[in-house]
Ligand binder design. Structure first.
Ligand SMILES: Nc1ncnc2c1ncn2[C@@H]1O[C@H](COP(=O)(O)OP(=O)(O)OP(=O)(O)O)[C@@H](O)[C@H]1O
Length: 525
């Protein structure tokens, strides 16, 4: 054995010259990567840099046009996921691959056992899963249908599924994008215990503080190339951001004082009950004035999503009243989402896949989605197609959506670029009231900077912005006033100048600290 193969043998996985094109898009350009055994290795890079493509090649979803993959020092041809799994590779995708009406146990066993799920194999699987759950703090209710479980628990099932199939190398694509801060903390504990037992973890994330907290080494991609490999202990968030984007990035938002005027959005005594009888919005009262950003903080699942859905017309008002720009919306005056848009309310939905885009549409079609009934488009979409495409191309350039191809199907854009498409569409309509849900989920650091600046520009242009985000840092740096929701209620309000993580964290658990109570009394007086 040569000295060189000795070095390679310590690597759990090594990539040599991996190259991949999708038509004209050169997604991975001769990538070299070494991932040491038993480490947590971060992969960062702008939206569209080629991270997911590279991981999909390792997992056998795509085959590289050129290059070699070495597992434990051996060149391994991974032509499909079955071979990847047999080679000890597991992957947890950004969008989970679980069958919603099956239980956790059934999901884990599905596909891993030969033939039908026999009682014996289920019994064995249960024993193995119970052991794995204990060993790695991955407790989940094994017999509950997945659809009834939180995203955090669903992610644990995905990890268990990979471990059950014998994964020694676990790839996580953007694992914390949909997790609460508590769930994220728990996930990092799980990853640390996996590492302790010798598992290698590769994690794609846009969150540089997570890279700093959880990884041993980081590789940086930019525009299809691998531009740097660094030890986490020898780098900083600022340096990583600069390596990713190729320029210095401002990690803090800069904004002046707000100059709010009259309320453009007024919500009075709004309640909404889900079809299963659960009260999701409980007597919500709030207003957003022209020229201010009101942030809503809270652990996800406390009514924020339903609030945005009702305000945007996706769900109908059942009780109470919403006043937008002088228009009253209530039970007897409901409005559809396109009618709400027509009264100049923009909506950037939290879930771009379910609500923001239609995957089979081309970018230029996606760009007028929701606005196609406005007089300028209604009945004319076909005859105006060339203009719509040209307009879309211009906006894509302005918003740096990559690739700048208005004919590309939305499904074929990277996650962050899909988000930029939705944001560009909504902001370019120049709404008076902008409802924003998780605007930077899955978005890279350079694009976050530009999205944050555009939200502040909207405020400074006299628009009313209601921002829902599970990222406390985002809420604290953008909002002028912060409301906290718990169990469908607004439990309190804090001026951004006073807010900090501790105060908001307590309020998110329905404990209003004395200093906030005093401020509220003062405001009432
Ligand atoms: N199936 C496909 N067909 C055509 N182009 C594709 C396909 N999959 C990815 N691409 C393109 O390849 C490039 C790399 O995309 P990829 O999803 O790997 O980026 P990423 O770094 O993971 O981005 P993000 O952080 O936004 O998820 C992008 O330009 C994307 O549009």
């Amino acid at each position: 054995m040569t000295a060189q193969t000795d070095v390679a043998a310590q690597m759990a996985i090594e990539l040599r010259g991996i190259d991949k094109r999708f038509g004209p898009v050169h997604a991975n350009k001769y990538i070299d990567l070494k991932v040491e055994q038993g480490t947590i290795h971060g992969i960062v890079g702008e939206n569209g840099a080629g991270k997911s493509t590279l991981m999909s090649i390792i997992y056998g979803f795509y085959e590289a046009d050129e290059g070699d993959i070495l597992i434990d020092g051996q060149v391994t041809k991974i032509s499909d996921s079955k071979i990847a799994i047999a080679s000890g590779i597991g992957m947890v995708h950004q969008h989970f691959m679980l069958i919603q009406n099956m239980t956790a146990l059934e999901n884990v066993v599905l596909g891993a056992e030969r033939g039908i799920m026999l009682n014996d194999s289920m019994k064995h699987a249960r024993e193995v899963l119970e052991r794995l759950s204990k060993e790695y703090s991955l407790e989940v209710p094994l017999d509950t249908p997945v659809e009834q479980l939180s995203v955090g628990l669903q992610q644990r099932i995905e990890i268990l599924k990979a471990l059950y199939r014998g994964a020694k190398i676990l790839i996580l694509d953007e694992p914390t994008g949909v997790l609460t801060p508590q769930e994220t903390e728990h996930l990092f504990k799980v990853l640390a215990s996996l590492k302790e037992q010798g598992t290698t973890v590769i994690m794609i994330t846009h969150k540089l503080q997570e890279i700093m907290a959880a990884t041993d080494n980081v590789s940086v991609m930019r525009r299809g190339e691998m531009v740097a490999h660094v030890k986490t202990s020898e780098t900083s968030r600022e340096q990583l951001a600069e390596l990713m984007v190729g320029r210095k990035v401002l990690l803090r938002v800069e904004k002046g004082e707000a100059a709010p005027k009259d309320a453009l959005l007024e919500v009075s005594n709004l309640s909404w009950t889900a079809p299963d009888g659960v009260l999701k919005l409980d007597d919500v009262n709030l207003n957003v004035r022209a020229g201010e950003i009101v942030g809503i903080a809270g652990v996800s699942g406390n009514g924020q999503s339903e609030l945005l859905d009702v305000l945007s017309g996706i769900k109908q008002v059942q009780k109470g009243e919403v006043k937008v720009n002088g228009h009253v919306i209530d039970k007897s005056h409901p409005l559809t989402p396109s009618e709400v848009r027509a009264i100049k309310v923009g909506h950037i939905p939290e879930d771009r896949h379910r609500m923001g885009l239609v995957n089979s549409f081309a970018a230029d079609e996606a760009f007028i989605l929701g606005y196609h009934r406005l007089p300028q488009y209604n009945g004319k979409v076909f005859s105006l197609r060339n203009e719509i495409t040209k307009d879309c191309a211009e906006k894509m350039e302005k918003w740096d959506v990559r690739p700048q191809d208005p004919n590309l199907k939305t499904a074929n854009f990277s996650g962050g670029n899909q988000q930029k498409l939705v944001i560009a569409r909504e902001m370019e309509q120049d709404p008076d009231v902008l409802l924003v849900g998780q605007p930077t989920r899955g978005v890279d650091i350079g694009a976050i900077e530009s999205i944050h600046n555009r939200i502040i520009d909207m405020r400074d242009a006299g628009k009313a912005v209601l921002l829902v985000s599970v990222e406390l840092e985002e809420i604290m740096s953008l909002a002028d006033r912060i409301l906290v929701m718990f169990d469908g209620k607004v439990v309190g309000e804090v001026p951004a100048s006073v807010a900090n993580e501790q105060i908001l964290g307590l309020m998110m658990a329905n404990i209003v600290p004395d200093e906030v109570k005093a401020l509220q009394k003062e405001a009432q007086a």
